[in-house]
Design a protein around this ligand. Sequence first.
Ligand SMILES: [Zn+2]
Length: 255
Amino acid sequence: MRSRGSWKIRILIGLAIVAFAYFNKCSNTETNPYTGREQHITMEPQEEIAIGLQSAPEMAQQHGGLYPDQRMQALVDAVGKKLVQNSVARETPYQYDFHLLADDQTINAFALPGGQCFITYALFSQLNEAQLAGVLGHEIGHVIGRHSAERIADSQYWQQVSMGASVGADAGSIIGAIGQNTLLKNGRGDELESDELGVLMMIQSGYDPYEMIEVMKILKSAAGPNRVPEFQSTHPDPENRIERIKEAIEKYQGA
Ligand SMILES: [Zn+2]
């Protein structure tokens, strides 16, 4: 009888934890003022900025540090700045920094929460200025879309749910830390939203948005028959993105 009783209590506590997690999730749902999309966020913009600034040196280190030629870095800065100043990014509280990484092997670009954006030399060296704007616009899109903060909130939610479940089931321990994977892992929806925001920023800054399609082709050919670039592992198939990019161009340019 005693063990049966504690079993019931565990189930109740487990359910209470899950219910609390769900309540939290609902009460932390807000509309992103820059994208208009409803999302589950538990973090203030200042915390996003702090996480990004704290992680930036480590991310640079993992890609061979910063690219030594300041003229190239200056071009990345100029294009990034232009995109911010001509778009809704200007109105956000984020601090945008655009880092050119020395890595000349890995085709990649990524953003940390709060405005720290990165592009490897391997990708940079294949792009013209408008295409660079497309890549940086896409990364700014991740920042504005608050995609990392959303992933962190999701992982906190699932940690709480799994805690509730494991208390209820009295099974195992809860392993979960907010790691690099959570920060950099973007869902398919995140990528498409960033592509669309990137296209809009290109148009607003006077760049030809069709160059974003060229970026996708470059990524596709960089993959080659045997080589899957890093960008691919965190980004969906370029071919699928091209269709959506065309739709975005018509939506924003036709208006
Ligand atoms: Zn992306």
